[in-house]
Write a protein that binds this ligand. Structure first.
Ligand code: 13P
Length: 341
C-alpha cells in the first residue's frame, strides 16, 4: 500500500492544525444563508467560499478543506480553481463523496448513507481535480431504543466500502459516524451508543482490508443530549469521550478530527482543549469543524462584499482558537484578548 496515503493523513493532523468542513450540500448551505437573509445562488455560494479560502493566514491553522461537488469545480475571482488556490497555500483539498443520509428501509426514523454506486469512477475524477482526501458521513439518532444494530452495522459496512474504494484511489478516507446529540439522553447513554458504533465501524474496516494508518476518524464528542437537564461540563465530556476512544479506536489511526455537531463554537473549542490537556494520546486529537469555524464568519460577512475582511477575520480567529485547543493551551480569556488586540 502506498505511503502517499499515510503522509496525507499525517499532514492533515499536523501540529497545531485542523480541517475546515466547507462541504455543505445545497440544502444545508441554503439553511445557513437563510440565517443572513441571502439567496442561495451558485454565485453567492462561490463568493462565500471564496471569502473563506482567500482568508489571509488561515493556512497557519488549517491543514485541509472539505469541498462539495459544486465547489471543487468553482474558481476564485481571478479564475484560479479552488483546489489550486488551496494547494498554493499549502492546504490540502478534500471532497465530500456521500450522497446523503436516506431513510433506512424497514426501519423507523433511522438512516442509511447512500453514494456507493459509481464511487470508484467519481473518486478518479476527484483525484484529477486535486482532492487528496474524502469524507463520508453516517448518522445515528439516540432514543431509549435506537440506534438499532441493523442501522449501526449497515452504516459501518457502507463506511468501510467507501474507505476501501478511497484507498484504492490514493485518497485518504475520513470516516464520519455521527451519533447525533439531539434529545434528552444522559452522557452515559451517548457513551454507550458511540462505543457500539465505533466497535462496528472498526470491525468492518478490518474485515474490508482498509489500511487504518491511511484513514482519519471524524466522530461526535460524547455529550449530554442538547435538551437534557444538568448537562455535563467540559471535564466530563473529555473524560467520557476519551474513555470511549481508548476502548474502541486503534492506535494505528493517525488522528481523530471532531465534528462540532450543534455545539456553540466556544464549547467546541473548550471541549477539544479539555481532551488535549489530558494528553499525550495515541492519536492526534484535532478538529474538522463546519459550523464551529464558520458561524461567526457567515454572520460578519452577511453576504456583503464590503464585509469580506470582517468575515475572514472572524474565521481566522476561530481557526486560531481551535489551534490553541490542539495543545490544551486554550483559555476563554483568549477570545477577548484576540478581539481587542
Ligand atoms: P459541523 O462541525 O457543523 O457538525 O460540520 C462538520 C461536518 O462536516 C458534518 O458532516
Amino acid at each position: 500500500m502506498s505511503t502517499e496515503l499515510h503522509e496525507t493523513a499525517r499532514a492533515l493532523v499536523a501540529e497545531g492544525k485542523g480541517i475546515l468542513a466547507a462541504d455543505e450540500s445545497d440544502s444545508t448551505i441554503k439553511k445557513r444563508f437563510d440565517s443572513i437573509d441571502l439567496e442561495s445562488t451558485e454565485e453567492n455560494r462561490r463568493a462565500y467560499r471564496d471569502m473563506l479560502f482567500t482568508a489571509p493566514g488561515a493556512e497557519e491553522y488549517i491543514s485541509g478543506v472539505i469541498l462539495f461537488d459544486e465547489t471543487i469545480r468553482q474558481s476564485s475571482v481571478d479564475d484560479t480553481p479552488f483546489p489550486k488556490l488551496l494547494e498554493s497555500k499549502g492546504i490540502i483539498p478534500g471532497i465530500k463523496v456521500d450522497k446523503g443520509a436516506k431513510p433506512l428501509p424497514l426501519a423507523q426514523e433511522e438512516t442509511i448513507t447512500e453514494g456507493l454506486d459509481g464511487l470508484r469512477e467519481r473518486l478518479k475524477e476527484y483525484y484529477d481535480l486535486g482532492a487528496r482526501f474524502a469524507k463520508w458521513r453516517a448518522t445515528y439518532s439516540i432514543s431509549d431504543t435506537l440506534p438499532s444494530d441493523y442501522c449501526i452495522w449497515t452504516n459501518a459496512h457502507a463506511l468501510a466500502r467507501y474507505a476501501a474504494l478511497c484507498e484504492e484511489a490514493n485518497i485518504v478516507p475520513i470516516v464520519e459516524p455521527e451519533v447525533l446529540q439531539d434529545g434528552t439522553h444522559t452522557i452515559e447513554r451517548s457513551y454507550h451508543v458511540t462505543c457500539r458504533v465505533l466497535d462496528a465501524l472498526y470491525t468492518e474496516l478490518f474485515d474490508q482490508r482498509v489500511d487504518i494508518f491511511g484513514t482519519l476518524l471524524k466522530p461526535n464528542m460524547v455529550l449530554s443530549g442538547y435538551d437534557a437537564p444538568n448537562r455535563a461540563g467540559a471535564d466530563e465530556v473529555a473524560e467520557w469521550t476519551l474513555k470511549c476512544f481508548y476502548k474502541h479506536v486503534p492506535a494505528a489511526v493517525p488522528g481523530i478530527v471532531f465534528l462540532s455537531g450543534g455545539q456553540s463554537d466556544e464549547d467546541a473549542t473548550a471541549h477539544l482543549n479539555a481532551m488535549n490537556a489530558r494528553g499525550p494520546h495515541p492519536w492526534q486529537i484535532s478538529f474538522s469543524y463546519g459550523r464551529a469555524l464558520q458561524a461567526p464568519a457567515i454572520k460578519a460577512w452577511a453576504g456583503k462584499p464590503e464585509n469580506v475582511e470582517a468575515g475572514q477575520h472572524a474565521y481566522y480567529h476561530r481557526a486560531k482558537m481551535n489551534s490553541a485547543a490542539r495543545t490544551g493551551m486554550y483559555a476563554p480569556e483568549m477570545e477577548r484578548e484576540a478581539v481587542t488586540a
